[in-house]
Design a protein around this ligand. Structure first.
Ligand code: NAP
Length: 281
């Protein structure tokens, strides 16, 4: 067993991303917040875009309090015109956008047989349409500046079947397809397009995905299963623990650094070996 915990030390040199501008959707909470924090620590100016000021403004305040550069903007990634406008504003204000992180997503468990059109649409629109709208919007900015990088957040649940998540698995399979296609299509513009497929990371987003509808009186499955889940992390994940936002942020920082120069169209699984070892559900 290593004596150094994974998140104790950064392998990245200070100032690695100095001068870079990174736009991170959903960058105010969970995994996105971990990404925003690390990129800002490494010198990038991070622009966090999400719907709720309570999320993105609080994150910016915390990042600035540590002496790093951050700003935020309200955005629903499902609104293509708003995405275009935010991207143009960020490009005008900062002169460039080096990195787009498509991290915003919505999710919940629901049986496919009774999934409503609205529920299906909400998740597919945030995860897949939002990823496309944001990627498409930064394309002209990145092309004009001579290149850039896009990193999207996928998942591993669609590698096998994952009951009760038809909406999210379908959307993320689309994100994977988009990653490979855009990588090839935009390589001549020097835009690298990659994705990261995180394993289980117990963020508030995951907790909410398990939450029963308000006032339903149904038990909170996540809370009810917390002890069993801790046991699962120890025994079901080959590397023996849940992931952390920093685990994913490290991969984003690598891809944003010069080390990512010859990487495009790749989907990096960062999951402690979970999906390979997982018993069919
Ligand atoms: P989270 O905490 O729920 O974060 C989701 C973020 O997306 C929130 O900050 C939310 O902010 C933003 N968002 C949601 N809808 C949006 C919209 N329409 N427009 C703009 N922003 C929106 O979730 P997480 O667990 O950190 O997950 C982050 C990413 O990792 C997601 O893509 C998820 O699918 C992926 N992932 C997570 C896990 C995991 O175990 N946690 C595993 C595999 C993949 P607002 O509410 O302010 O808009």
């Amino acid at each position: 067993m290593s004596k150094v915990a994974a998140n104790d030390l950064s392998v990245f040199r200070p100032g690695l991303l100095n001068g870079q501008v990174a736009l991170i959707t959903g960058g105010g909470t969970g995994i996105g917040l971990g990404i925003s924090e690390l990129l800002a620590e490494l010198g990038a100016h991070v622009v966090i875009a999400s719907r709720r000021p309570a999320n993105h403004e609080a994150a910016v305040e915390a990042i600035r309090a540590r002496g790093h550069a951050a700003s935020s903007v309200a955005l629903d990634v499902r609104d293509q015109a708003a995405v275009q406008s935010v991207v143009q504003n960020v490009a005008t204000t900062h002169g460039r956008i080096d990195l787009l992180v498509n991290n915003a997503a919505g999710n919940f468990y629901a049986p496919s047989a009774t999934l409503s059109p609205n529920a299906w649409k909400a998740v597919v629109e945030i995860d897949l349409y939002g990823t496309f709208y944001c990627s498409q919007a930064v394309h002209s900015v990145m092309k004009a500046q001579g290149g850039g990088r896009i990193v999207s957040t996928s998942m591993t649940l669609h590698y096998r079947g994952w009951p009760l998540m038809a909406h999210a698995t379908a959307a993320k399979a689309g994100v994977d397809a988009l990653t490979r296609t855009l990588a090839v299509e935009w390589a001549p513009d020097r835009i690298r397009v990659n994705a990261i497929a995180p394993g289980p990371i117990p963020t508030e987003g995951v907790r909410k995905a398990f939450a029963p509808p308000a006032d339903s009186g149904a038990p909170d499955l996540f809370a009810a299963a917390e002890e069993k889940m801790a046991e699962y992390a120890r025994t079901g994940i080959p590397l023996g623990r849940w992931g952390t936002p920093r685990d994913i942020a490290n991969m984003v920082a690598f891809l944003a650094s010069p080390a990512g120069d010859w990487i495009t169209g790749a989907i990096f699984v960062v999951d402690g070996g979970e999906w390979l070892a997982k018993a069919p559900s």
